[in-house]
Design a protein around this ligand. Structure first.
Ligand SMILES: Nc1ncnc2c1ncn2[C@@H]1O[C@H](COP(=O)(O)OP(=O)(O)O)[C@@H](O)[C@H]1O
Ligand SMILES: [Mg+2]
Length: 266
């Protein structure tokens, strides 16, 4: 890979939110979930979004991914302004340009692994790029399990299917909301490794919400939210650096093995 190619990739923006606000409810019960958030997600970059519970992480992800409406501001995926789209166009953009990985694996129990991986494309009537699909399936180590149903796979393997499904259509950007939240640490580390490899080797753009400093350390940068605002950013994160920053956030009181142990005994 040439440096020119790298420079080119690093300047292109896959998604951008500008002055994005999201307000739930009205009057007394009004909640400002996002307060004029501006953030860029560059191509072939792995970003983690962190912050205390209720700080707006999921709301930000859902608004940028076109899964939820916003109150003001703008969101762009590639060159497309989401606010300008009609419902049908938004559905198509989500289907064609965005991959999703959730905490719950969300696989269809009656379909085997391969059918689950290609389902979004089948629904869209798109033929998978065979070479790309083989690469993705090989990368997540599922080649020998494609005919297994979800019930015949471990949690970690099911999430690998979900990762392959998110990458299969070669989307512009992949969003994960706590993608390792339901996994043991070993399976979680595997899935995070696949996400990182999809960025390094396949040039994917990945945005992941997590509350786990170890998970965040797999990313290229970490964006911190507090009370619906971006309050900090770390490049080249390590788990220790992330934990330090979390401690200094308003309302930041991250879970640690020590605090968990205390929580159990008190
Ligand atoms: N559907 C909703 N209706 C009302 N308030 C909501 C809704 N969804 C989220 N909120 C509020 O918006 C804020 C941000 O929530 P969320 O984005 O889920 O935070 P996080 O993912 O960081 O835990 C919280 O105060 C939450 O209670
Ligand atoms: Mg959340």
């Amino acid at each position: 890979m040439t440096t020119a190619h790298l420079a080119d990739r690093s300047t292109a923006v896959a998604a951008r939110a500008t002055e994005l606000s999201k307000i739930y409810g009205q009057g007394e019960t009004q909640v400002v979930a996002l307060d004029r958030v501006s953030v860029e997600f560059r191509q072939a970059e792995f970003t983690a979004i962190m912050g205390p519970s209720g700080s707006g992480k999921s709301t930000l992800m859902h608004c940028v991914a076109g899964l939820d409406t916003f109150s003001s501001g703008s969101v762009r995926i590639g060159d497309t302004e989401l606010g300008s789209l009609k419902d049908k166009q938004l559905t198509r953009l989500r289907r064609d340009k965005i991959g999703f990985i959730f905490q719950a694996f969300n696989l269809l129990p009656t379909l085997n692994a391969l059918e689950n991986i290609t389902l979004p494309m089948d629904i869209a009537g798109r033929r998978p790029d065979k070479e790309w699909l083989d690469r993705v399936i090989g990368m997540v180590g599922l080649s020998g399990r494609l005919s297994h149903r979800p019930s015949q796979l471990s949690g970690g393997q099911q999430q690998r299917v979900a990762v392959a499904r998110a990458l299969a259509s070669r989307p512009e950007i992949v969003f994960g909301d706590e993608p390792t939240g339901n996994l043991d640490s070993r399976s979680g580390a595997e899935v995070l490794g696949f996400l990182r490899n999809s960025v390094r080797e396949l040039g994917q753009t990945v945005v992941m919400v997590t509350h786990d400093p170890v998970a965040a350390a797999y990313a290229d940068r970490v964006v911190f939210l507090a009370d619906g605002r971006i309050v900090d950013e770390v490049h080249g994160p390590t788990a220790d650096k992330v934990l330090d920053r979390m401690r200094s956030l308003p309302g930041g009181n991250p879970r640690t093995p020590e605090s968990d142990a205390k929580g159990r005994t008190s």
